[in-house]
Design a protein around this ligand. Structure first.
Ligand code: ADP
Ligand code: MG
Length: 265
C-alpha cells in the first residue's frame, strides 16, 4: 500500500480540505485575511549529537497579498521555513495554517495538492529546460494547471514579451530568472515563495528580477515571500522579517515600499 492510500480522512470535519482544494474557507477564530499562521514551528535535522536545530520555534502571522522579505545570515533557517510553508517539507514540531486550514495535519496527498494548486516557487537557479524556448518552458506548467495564464501573458508580466521564442542560452541570467518567475506565476498561485532569486545575479540585473516580483505581487496579488541576504532589498517589502539561529529576531512593516530601481547592493 502506498503512503497516500494509508491516509484516512473519513473522520475529518467537513471544513477541512476547503482551502487546500481551493474552495472558500472561513474557520471560526481565524481572520480570513491571514495567509499563513504558525505557532512554535520547529525543525530538527538528524538526531543525537549530530542534530541540527534549523527552526527553534517560529510564530508567524502573514496577511494575504503582502510582499514579505526574509533576511538572515546563511544557515539561519530561511530555506527550511520557506520549504515548510510551501509544503515541500514538514516541521518536527509546532503548527502551521494556510488560510485557516492546518497544513501540519495534512496528508501527503493533501500537501501535494496544496503545492500544485497554491504555491509557486522561484529558486536561485532557474532550472529551465535548455532545449525549450521561454514560451515552451512556461507552457510545461500551463498545460497541467487549472486556470492558467497563457505563457504569453505570464511572460509579459515579467517584461519578456519580446523574448518568447528565445532559448535559455540566448537569454541573460536575469532574463532566465524572469522566465522562471513566469513559469511560477502561470498557474496563478496564491503564494509565491522565492529563495534567493537574485543570489546568482549582479545588482543591476537583480533589480530587474525584483521589479518583476514587485509587478507580480501587485498584479496577481499573490502573497510573496522573498528570501535574500542583501539587506537593502528589505526596502521594497511591506513586511521585513529578520531571522537568526532559527528564530525571528525582528519584524517590522515599511510605511512605504521602495521601488526596486532605488535599491542596489
Ligand atoms: N537536509 C538537511 N539535513 C541536515 N541539515 C540541514 C538540512 N537542510 C538544512 N540543514 C541545516 O539547517 C540549518 C538551516 O539551514 P537553511 O534553512 O538552509 O538556512 P538558510 O537558508 O538560512 O541558509 C543549517 O545549519 C543547515 O546546515
Ligand atoms: Mg537558504
Amino acid at each position: 500500500m502506498d503512503d497516500d492510500a494509508k491516509d484516512d480522512h473519513q473522520n475529518r470535519p467537513a471544513a477541512l480540505g476547503c482551502a487546500i482544494a481551493g474552495t472558500s474557507v472561513n474557520l471560526p477564530g481565524i481572520e480570513p485575511a491571514t495567509c499563513f499562521r504558525s505557532s512554535g514551528l520547529t525543525k530538527v535535522y538528524g538526531s543525537g549529537h549530530s542534530a541540527v536545530h534549523a527552526l527553534r520555534g517560529v510564530d508567524l502571522e502573514l496577511p494575504e497579498r503582502e510582499l514579505v522579505v526574509l533576511l538572515g545570515a546563511s544557515g539561519s533557517g530561511k530555506s527550511t521555513l520557506l520549504n515548510i510553508l510551501g509544503g515541500l517539507d514538514r516541521p518536527t514540531d509546532g503548527r502551521l495554517w494556510f488560510r485557516g486550514e492546518e497544513l501540519t495535519g495534512a496528508s501527503q496527498r493533501e500537501l501535494t495538492q496544496y503545492r500544485r494548486r497554491h504555491v509557486g516557487f522561484v529558486f536561485q537557479f532557474y532550472n529551465l529546460m535548455a532545449s525549450l524556448t521561454a514560451r515552451e518552458n512556461v507552457a510545461l506548467v500551463t498545460e497541467i494547471a487549472e486556470k492558467p495564464l497563457s505563457p504569453e501573458e505570464a511572460l509579459t508580466i515579467v517584461g519578456l514579451e519580446k523574448r518568447l521564442d528565445h532559448f535559455p542560452s540566448q537569454l541573460s541570467g536575469g532574463e532566465q530568472q524572469r522566465v522562471a518567475i513566469a513559469r511560477a506565476i502561470a498557474k496563478q498561485p496564491s503564494v509565491l515563495l522565492c529563495d534567493e532569486p537574485t543570489g546568482a545575479l549582479d545588482s543591476a540585473t537583480g533589480v530587474r528580477v525584483l521589479e518583476a516580483l514587485r509587478d507580480v505581487n501587485e498584479k496577481m496579488q499573490a502573497t510573496t515571500l522573498l528570501i535574500t541576504h542583501n539587506a537593502p532589498v528589505a526596502a521594497m517589502a511591506d513586511r521585513v522579517i529578520t531571522f537568526s539561529d532559527g528564530r525571528i529576531r525582528e519584524q517590522k512593516r515599511n510605511e512605504h515600499r521602495k521601488d526596486p530601481k532605488e535599491i542596489s547592493w
